[in-house]
Design a protein around this ligand. Sequence first.
Ligand SMILES: Cc1cc2nc3c(=O)[nH]c(=O)nc-3n(C[C@H](O)[C@H](O)[C@H](O)COP(=O)(O)OP(=O)(O)OC[C@H]3O[C@@H](n4cnc5c(N)ncnc54)[C@H](O)[C@@H]3O)c2cc1C
Length: 407
Amino acid sequence: MQSQQIVVSGAGIAGLTAAIAFSDLGFRVRVYDRSPVLEEVGAGLQLSPNATRILDRLGVLDIVRPSAVQPEAVVLRDAATLNERARVPLGAAADQRWKAPYLVAHRADLQNALLRRARESALIEITLGATVIDAEVQPDGVAVSVEQAGFTSEVEGMLFVAADGVWSNSRHLVGPDGKSRFTGELAWRTTISSDSDIGRHFVALCSPTVVTTFLHSGFHLVAYPVRAGAAINLVAFTPGVAIAEQWSGTTDAGALRHAMAGTAPELLRIVDEAAPWTVWPLHTADASHPWTRDGSIALIGDAAHAMTPFAAQGAAMAIEDAWTLANAVAAASDRPKALAEWEAVRKQRVARVARRGALNHLAWHATGPVALARNMFLKLKSPNSLAADLDWLYGWMPPGWTDEERL
Ligand SMILES: Cc1cc2nc3c(=O)[nH]c(=O)nc-3n(C[C@H](O)[C@H](O)[C@H](O)COP(=O)(O)OP(=O)(O)OC[C@H]3O[C@@H](n4cnc5c(N)ncnc54)[C@H](O)[C@@H]3O)c2cc1C
């Protein structure tokens, strides 16, 4: 059994996608998550075509789709004047261009869809309330220590997949200094009902069927529909100090208001009336840190490369990692070599995505002459050419997929 068993730490997006991908290839998978219940934590997610084509192949897309929304476009607006600065067409145009849908969904809806699909597989066993505390490489696999209700047991497998998120306690198993780093920025999140006073105010301001990013010096706010359009997800980004390692409901929105000085009164009204806001300190993991060890341990998702969310790609990268890892392992005759190759290829892609996120951040928070240059640049770009700039990202296909295998 050990030779065909995969042990996964974490039942988030990365861990559950990996479990499904491995089980579809015939492996037994044991997934452990320290949470006793998988709570509705997190924010909305933009699910770009590079991720949805994999979710489709894994039989998850049809499950998540009823609660997701297919936005018509990504629209950039000035947060002070509310004027439109740029537009990237999505909807049917995304299907056509990148051969898979661009969707927005609540993270919990995607996690529930993955969970439902995973529970349909006889090869996957999920244990909640069980914390992975250690893993030891052995001559032909790995022994993983799991603590549950005060007892520690050992589970053997051919591979340990650490998908335990940005505050991974497994990162140190593959290299030195595995700590994540606070970026100096906070994400503020809330959800408003589309059918509330503030929801109607938002709809009067901008279309609820697009992803809108409001740009301002040192601040931006992203808004898009979730829960089949019944709610609007709002996420704002400001500088701030590190707080608890979780979404915290206790923070006063004063700092958010302060960062929004000079933005349109209509937006400030949303901030006031959409409370309570929860806050998430943005941490990143150094992606150049090793992700694999001896063909027996692999880090995926935020555990490997937590990035800022400014390219909206963290979950998408987790999904790509999970699919490519499972297929690399299934095809491997020499697992250490296959894992090293997988890591090298994935690192290049993840680094490019992180650079795109950094560029977005620079452009969206720009001030003075840089903001003027940005506005001029965006004015000269057609929606089509803005979409073409994203072909390398959204048009990505897993190794070995042919054009016919696109949706
Ligand atoms: C504000 C914000 C907006 C974002 N927007 C987007 C977006 O639009 N699109 C996108 O693609 N990405 C987005 N992201 C990124 C995305 O949310 C993450 O990259 C993604 O959720 C990471 O998934 P994961 O499975 O790697 O980690 P997680 O979702 O953190 O899951 C880790 C799991 O491991 C469990 N765990 C931890 N330690 C242990 C242990 N020792 N033993 C067992 N279990 C353990 C945890 O309980 C948890 O369930 C955003 C992030 C933020 C903060």
